[in-house]
Design a protein. Structure first.
Length: 149
């Protein structure tokens, strides 16, 4: 389920934590205006187990906060996931949490959940954040040049 706009804030806040068949499920907040982010989220959403995660596009939310304890600025700056227990994790730890719910990637979660690999993933994500503006510009220019049809 993808939501956007001001209605998504109300919807996400009203149903937090997300439930499915009476079970609480994690919620992934992502920047739907970021071409890199969208590609990655689309990839994950096609995976087995993706229906166990609530996917929330926060790019259209125009309020200061995405949730009671999550600012829009933070959610746009770092990939953030609310765990089933209600706690927020971001960056590399957020990916590990997503991978735990996707059978194809569970082995990655197992590896990157322990030190020093968790630290390395966090560092790699920090490097990505530094490169993200340039990578986004490259992705956008490719999409503009891509022939239609």
């Amino acid at each position: 389920m993808t939501t956007s706009g001001a209605a998504s804030l109300e919807t996400a806040a009203a149903r937090r934590p997300e439930t499915m068949s009476g079970h609480v499920r994690p919620t992934a907040y992502y920047d739907g205006a970021c071409p890199l982010c969208v590609r990655e989220i689309e990839f994950y959403r096609r995976q087995d187990g993706a229906d166990r995660i609530c996917w929330v596009d926060i790019s259209g939310i125009d309020t200061m906060d995405v949730a009671r304890d999550l600012s829009r600025q933070h959610a746009l700056a770092r990939f953030t996931v609310r765990d089933a227990d209600g706690s927020l994790v971001s960056g590399g730890r957020a990916f590990t949490l997503i991978w735990k719910h996707l059978p194809r990637f569970r082995w990655l979660a197992t590896i990157f959940d322990i030190q020093p690999f968790a630290w390395l993933l966090g560092q790699a994500y920090s490097v990505f954040l530094e490169l993200r503006p340039r990578l986004q510009a490259m992705a956008l220019s490719r999409e503009v040049r891509k022939p239609r049809g």
